[in-house]
Design a protein around this ligand. Sequence first.
Ligand SMILES: C[S@@+](CC[C@H](N)C(=O)[O-])C[C@H]1O[C@@H](n2cnc3c(N)ncnc32)[C@H](O)[C@@H]1O
Length: 460
Amino acid sequence: MAGLFQNESHEKKHGLLTLNEAASAVGRPVTLIAEYLRRGRITPRDASGHRMFPFDSDRAYVRLKELERFIRLVERDIEKYQAEGLDADLGFFDVPERERTKHVHRLHPYLGKFIPQLVEHFLSRHFQPGQWVLDPFMGSGTTLIQAHELGLNAIGIDISEFNCKIAEVKTRRYSLDTVESDARAALRRLEAFAEQRPGGGSLFRGIDADFHTDSAYLNRWYSPRALQEILFYRSILGEYRHSDVLKMILSRSARSARLIPHYDLATPKEPVRQPYYCFKHKRTCQPTDECLKFLQRYTVDTVRRLREFDRLRTAAEIRVVHGDSRAVELPCLVDGVFSSPPYVGQIDYHEQHAYAYELFGIPRRDDLEIGPKSEGKSASAQEAYVDAIAGVVRNIRRFVRPGRPLFFVANDRLGLYPEIARRAGCRIEAIRQRAVSKRTERDKRPYSESIFQFAEKRLI
Ligand SMILES: C[S@@+](CC[C@H](N)C(=O)[O-])C[C@H]1O[C@@H](n2cnc3c(N)ncnc32)[C@H](O)[C@@H]1O
């Protein structure tokens, strides 16, 4: 095992070790290291340091730093989670924040996203390169992106048009030099606009605005200066070839520039216009007065993230479908499903991006959103939810090749999934429970979720 390349100096060249070298470096049996790789706990790499897929223990390499960090975490964490009956393999406790939010996954914030490593874990075990995977609750496109990295074709469906735009911008192929020059040119014009104001900077406040909007939302949630910057940028972005990327940069910046406390970016209640105590930074913070600094930051960040993902691209196809998964027709058959449905009364998926709908005049379909927070968790809301999710499964099953798995990730604390499976004409073939260690912003409570594997019920 792993002896083939032992004489080559990969450790020096790429920070890589063969499995034998790694085993002696950390004082563990080589079979255990191979098992970590097989289970996806440590990334198996080829001789150039790229992720190895499919995994071949005879030719695999590992990064020593990654292995050492993982072993320290195994020593500290694993027993605790196993004792709670949760699948420690699926906790991904050892995955650092930058990997959870790697490349385009952090292109635009989105509440309710799942961790890319969970998707990768299931896709790499249940699908082969060239097959098609479907996500009927695509959200910000995590399944599509991870499928693409693995060479799987993917289709994502979502009822929220803005979520479809996020997923499209993340996954489209671009001439990245043009994207970069477009984004920098638009930013320079905004900087010039900000400069030319009498005195520039904070003198924006109180001056007669050049740009007006009738949107009560935009007038309520932004300082006069931030709103001028946003409206100016919006007025020029249509002149650029990659205006959709510029819209994403503007939307992300506009989200950060709202008059909201730093600790409550996802669910703000009232605009803050005075200094306030910030639970996130543990000090007094000022309400945001401008949008320019966010546009500067996110212009650079967006181009960098698109370039990073571009380096991992495969030939696989990606299709985004805007529609209601209970009724949508698909262009082809798929080889399985991996998805995280909305849950009952937890998140309003349109409302979380209200600023983007207002800014770009995108039509909303809140009425077709399944399980919105605004409808609560009452018995009738639960019944409507079960019926709707079962309706989605029944509809999409028509496009899934016989015998192929449908995975649904949900924190089913109300125990609704057995009934959903029954109404959809499926059986639950397997359930795995995972611990979720990190959630967004202030919500740090321990939390677990299930991965349900549905299979079609056969009439024999
Ligand atoms: C939990 S989120 C999915 C998040 C996704 N896994 C990610 O990582 O970004 C559920 C998604 O289902 C979408 N949704 C709700 N009702 C829908 C419907 N009737 N048809 C299609 N999508 C729907 C919501 O807009 C939301 O984006």
